[in-house]
Design a protein around this ligand. Structure first.
Ligand code: ADP
Ligand code: MG
Length: 335
């Protein structure tokens, strides 16, 4: 059986340090990196627990590695930070250790890391009795004083989201009903739509480019990533900023493939877009006078205006036609 030592050595070969900021990378008792003058360091950590945050039977290890890093890069993007470094700790039962699980896991992690120039600088490896546990840490930087917090929104700011909503939650519902990715690249339109929706759940794309662009010229006053679900996350942002919000349901960029697939399966696209989590899009607020300066798209990803920040006493609301109701947090909660 492969020893932990062999595993770490093999991993070390794969991550030959290229970044100038790293003094000591993977392979010593701790990593050492230099911080740049005029910058601030931004750190995020995420725990992925088997059967709570993912299922081993429906999540290929490659995609789990991708997702472990993607969720952390999404957090850095939501702070307006550029990602630089990562650490991964993994607890794994012995029978899984004996498979190629960790190799495929790191294939997925490193492929995404290489796309954004993120360097693996450490982690930890241990054994668990039954379930896989993964802790993913990402470190990035932003210009000093330029991190975009949840707290900066004020009334009249316009609310935007990147990309599209609802597909990750639709993907989860479909996986729970037994759907899986097509084995080969099928041409037929239906299985392509299905794969798209499943991959939005299994292979989320962090909006790294928008996270770098928005802090320039302080375009966003406040930002959060949509991990729990729009209804919950807009409430988090509004609470932190001490404001309200009015969302217009007709403006929500609901993924068109969700609309098509849901009709036949008694799922409600609006409910998925509002309360389904894990889209990992960015939600941000922009002063009305700065809206015209927003880029149309970054890395091929567009943004959509979905509403407006209001006063705290107006609450967090959603309108659909002439009806307006409270938008209560209905997203994912661990407890
Ligand atoms: P220590 O006992 O000092 O923590 P380890 O044997 O746990 O040493 O780790 C040796 C090196 O390998 C360290 O640089 C550590 O960060 C790295 N490392 C261990 N496990 C992992 C892992 N799963 N992913 C990435 N790096 C790891
Ligand atoms: Mg250790």
């Amino acid at each position: 059986m492969r020893s932990e030592f062999d595993f770490i050595n093999a991993l070390r070969q794969r991550v030959a340090s290229s970044s100038q900021s790293i003094v000591t990378g993977l392979g010593d008792d701790a990593a050492v990196f230099r911080s740049s003058p005029g910058k601030e360091t931004v750190v995020s950590t995420d725990l992925l627990v088997e059967n709570i945050d993912f299922r081993r039977t429906t999540t290929p290890p490659y995609l789990l590695g991708h997702k472990a890093l993607a969720v952390s890069l999404s957090d850095l993007a939501a702070m307006g930070a550029r990602p630089l470094l990562g650490l991964v700790s993994i607890g794994i039962p012995e029978d899984i250790w004996q498979t190629d699980f960790v190799d495929r896991f790191y294939d997925g992690w490193l492929d995404l890391a290489n796309r954004y120039g993120v360097q693996l600088i450490g982690g930890d490896t241990s054994r668990t009795n039954e379930h896989i546990v993964i802790d993913s840490i990402a470190i990035g930087e932003c210009l000093a004083g330029m991190a975009v917090k949840r707290t900066g929104a004020s009334p009249a700011d316009q609310i935007f989201v990147t990309g599209s909503l609802g597909a990750a939650a639709a993907g989860l519902r479909l996986i729970e009903r037994g759907a899986h990715l097509a084995e080969q690249n099928l041409d037929d339109e239906d299985s392509q739509k299905l794969d798209h929706v499943l991959l939005r759940q299994l292979r989320p794309e962090p909006r790294v480019g928008w996270g770098i662009v928005l802090p320039e010229d302080r375009l966003a006053t406040a930002m959060i990533d949509l991990s729990d679900g729009l209804s919950s996350d807009i409430n988090h942002l509004c609470e932190a900023s001490n404001v309200g919000a009015l969302i217009d349901a007709s403006l929500l960029p609901i993924d068109e493939r969700v609309v098509e697939l849901c009709g036949r399966r008694a799922l409600d696209p609006l409910q998925l877009a509002l309360h389904g989590g894990e889209d990992f899009e960015l939600l941000f607020a922009v002063k009305p006078e700065h809206v015209a300066r927003l880029p149309r798209r970054v890395d091929g990803v567009e943004i959509k205006r979905i509403g407006e920040i209001t006063r705290a006493e107006d609450g967090v609301k959603i309108s659909e036609g002439t009806r307006i109701w409270d938008l209560k947090p209905g997203g994912w909660k661990h407890f």
